[in-house]
Structures are given as C-alpha cells and as structure tokens.
Design a protein around this ligand. Structure first.
Ligand code: ZN
Length: 279
C-alpha cells in the first residue's frame, strides 16, 4: 500500500514535532507552512524544519523566525541556488522552456496554480516552475492528469515551437510524464483498450514479480504513447496559439530571473481562477 501524504492538520503536527527542539521566535505560525505544503511527506517536512534551523544559525540568530521557515521552504521545494554563468543563448532557451511549463499550467482549467517561475539554476535544474495545489487533493480526474502531462511537456514544446530543436534539459520532465501516463493506463483504468484493471504492479508489488501478460504490456505501451503524443500535440498547438503570452513571460524572466505567482499571471495576461482558493 502507498502511504498518502499527511493532510493539513497532520502536516502542522509533524512540523510541531520536528521543531520541538528548536527555539522558535514569537512570530512563528506553523499553520502557515502547513497550509502551503499539500503533498509534502513527513520526511520532507522534517527536512524543512531542519533547513530553517540551519538558516537561523547561518544568519547568527538564536531563534527560528517565520522568514527562515519560508526561505527554507523555497529551498526544499526548488532546490538550492547554484552559481552558474549561463551563455545568453542558454538563458533564452531556459526562459522559454520554463515559460512553456508555466503558461500551459495557467491555461489548463483545474491545474494547480503556478507559484513561482525562475531561471536561476537550482539543484540540478537550469530553471524551475513551481505549481502547488491550493488545498489537499485526494483523488485526481483524468482531465487533471492530462493537464499535468501537458504542463510537463510544455518546456519541450516551447523549445520546439520557438527554436525548432529540443535539448536534453527535459529528462526530468519526461520521467514525470511517463509515470503519470503509466498510472493512467495501467493502474487507474483510464484507457478503454486496457480496461478497468490494475495491469501493472505498483512499486510494492513489483518486488513479488507480479506483471501483466506480454500482449497486455504491448497494449499499455501503445496507449501510453497515444496519450503522450496527443498531449504533446496539444502543448505545441496551445503555445503556438498563445505565442504572444509565451514571449511576454520569457522576456520578463530574462529581465527579472524570478517571477512570483501574481506577476506571472499578470504578465501572461491570464486571470487566475479563484473559485477553489481556500479561505
Ligand atoms: Zn522542464
């Protein structure tokens, strides 16, 4: 069985446990990071508390403040900043790549809102687009999953549409795409041809060698390709149709390196749907 990530109350409790040994400043409200971290696991939250404590020490404080917590959250979600001098052409390509992810995320109804876009290299990536849900989600619709695939293909699609070539920067994106497509087809009954059965084991069952018949694996492969090809076509078509908005985002990124949620939506000219915002 997969363990589902803790809900909001659970996250707050986990943060409370992991900050028990850490002196917290009076302004610290653990409900705040608990609210903005749907999907995070207990281990990731423990890491967050740790990073905040390290940051406070580095800053010469004897208490962890709310600012330390929110900076630590950024590091945990986006990866550590990396000093890297990128040639202009590479920066331009990265700006379009991230803008492709972001714009498709903004245009997809029901997709998780885009929180931040950056072309400051972080972790192993040359740029990052961060999308997180407004509230805890427990089940996903087919439309939402297709939207996730389209968004993940958005970086590659933008490079294709703008430069006519695709670089190796999309490896991580393709892993994500493959995982979602495999789940849709082989585990969540979203392909008519495979049918409503769990045809591929999840990771836990894999250890026992349970797998589908070879013919079923062929059908799964074909269905995964069909879904991903459809989504890639849609990604390219949407970016071509919205080229002006893509250019605007990429230019703003080249100039400012990092865009926060409100600016990103304004520059892209997309109205953020507020219907599902939590109070
Ligand atoms: Zn990407």
């Amino acid at each position: 069985m997969q363990v589902s990530p803790p809900d909001r109350g659970g996250r707050e409790a986990i943060l409370r446990i992991h900050t028990r040994q850490i002196p917290l400043a009076g302004d610290v409200d653990l409900a705040q990071p608990a609210k903005t971290t749907p999907g995070m696991t207990g281990a990731e939250l423990a890491n967050l508390a740790n990073e905040a404590a390290l940051l406070a020490v580095k800053r010469g404080q004897d208490e962890v403040t709310q600012a330390d917590l929110s900076d630590a959250l950024e590091k945990v979600q986006l990866g550590a900043e990396r000093a890297l001098v990128m040639p202009l052409e590479e920066r331009r390509r990265t700006a379009y790549h991230e803008s492709g992810h972001a714009l498709l995320g903004m245009l997809q109804p029901g997709a998780d809102p885009v929180r931040k876009i950056t072309i400051v290299p972080r972790g192993r990536a040359l740029g990052v687009t961060l999308s997180t849900p407004d509230a805890d989600k427990y089940a996903y619709t087919e439309e939402y999953l297709r939207g996730r695939i389209i968004g993940a293909l958005g970086g590659m699609a933008a490079e294709q549409v703008v430069f006519g070539v695709v670089t190796t920067g999309a490896e991580n994106d393709l892993e994500q795409v493959t995982n979602i497509a495999r789940g849709m087809v082989a585990r969540w009954g979203m392909s008519e041809r495979v049918g409503r059965l769990s045809a591929l084991p999840n990771d836990a069952q894999q250890a026992y060698g349970l797998a589908a018949a070879p013919q079923t694996l062929d059908v799964i492969d074909g269905e995964m390709r069909r879904i991903v090809d459809d989504c890639y076509e849609e990604a390219c078509r949407k970016l071509t149709d919205h080229r002006g908005q893509l250019d605007a985002l990429a230019e703003a990124l080249l100039e400012r390196e990092t865009l926060e949620e409100a600016d990103a939506y304004r520059i892209a000219g997309v109205t953020r749907l507020t219907k599902d915002i939590e109070a």
